[in-house]
Design a protein around this ligand. Structure first.
Ligand code: DGL
Length: 270
């Protein structure tokens, strides 16, 4: 057994890396659905079907706990999965609540009523499917009042990253930040609501300017998982083997991952 980490493609590796850095002894099984990426332009039902199939694959691999290291799956499928699909004894967690908790200065499990927080104007950058669910806004509204959120659907960025075309990805980031600034000229914080985007964090920060605090998820999710496993150590499993699985071409995905993480990883067919 191990903890499963799922993403539509390579983006979840940003979360995997932060978790592995924080808990080097925790066995992790990563599954990237590169054959079906990007998810961000798909319909919610389609995202649900793909996400449940991938999560089942990780359960079959012996994982009791699966992290959806994909905001699109977390936003479009997680609640439906938790309400009617996740089998007894298994757990599926998403990635955007830790980000919202950081933005709203809350600890895990603080369910007190929404209150005023330091940030007032927040830019959200995410995939078109994530933006259309309004899940970030909903989670934020449970915790904070008086926060104005402007969401920018960043079409094309995930495709460019999956293709390894960072010149295009950075150009798209600049144009999406320009579009956001036309709607919200002076955000005081920005959320990178897609696990692929930490690779472009510098491009986002440059385009937004030094006064905007950019929140990205990897370390927040790793801290939140460490905390969760302290409370629920039985969900950790007792396996020792970490693996990387892909629905795409293992060689091609392994080459891209090298570019992504700066170290070599060997993907196996899922
Ligand atoms: N990394 C996924 C996310 O966090 C990208 C989704 C996609 O495949 O478009 O949303």
């Amino acid at each position: 057994m191990a903890v499963g980490i799922f993403d539509s493609g390579l983006g979840g590796l940003t979360i995997h890396r932060a978790i592995a850095d924080r808990m080097p002894d925790l066995p992790l099984v990563y599954l990237g659905d590169s054959a079906n990426a990007p998810y961000g332009v798909r319909k919610a039902d389609d995202i649900y079907d793909l996400t449940t199939a991938a999560t089942q694959r990780l359960f079959d691999e012996g994982c009791d706990l699966v992290i959806l290291a994909c905001n699109t799956a977390s936003a479009a499928a997680l609640r439906r999965m938790q309400e009617g699909w996740v089998p007894k004894g298994k757990r599926v967690l998403g990635v955007f609540v830790p980000l919202i908790e950081a933005l709203t200065e809350r600890q895990w499990g603080d369910n007190s009523p929404p209150r005023e927080v330091a940030v007032k104007h927040v830019a959200l950058f995410a995939t078109p499917a994530t933006v259309s669910t309004r899940a970030f806004q909903r989670e934020l509204a449970f915790r904070a009042i008086g926060v104005d959120v402007e969401a920018q659907a960043c079409g094309g960025v995930v495709d460019a990253i999956e293709e390894g075309d960072f010149v295009l990805a950075e150009a798209l980031v600049r144009s999406h930040v320009d579009a956001l600034k036309r709607k919200m000229p002076s955000p005081d914080a920005a959320m990178l609501g897609c696990t692929h985007y930490p690779l472009l964090a510098e491009a986002f920060q440059d385009a937004l300017g030094p006064d905007v605090q950019v929140f990205s998820q990897a370390n927040l999710v790793a801290a939140s998982l460490a905390d969760y496993l302290e409370r629920r150590p039985e969900m950790r499993g007792n396996g020792t083997e970490s693996r990387f699985l892909t629905t795409g071409d293992p060689k091609r995905v392994s080459d891209r991952a090298m570019q992504f993480l700066g170290r070599s990883i060997t993907f196996e067919p899922a």
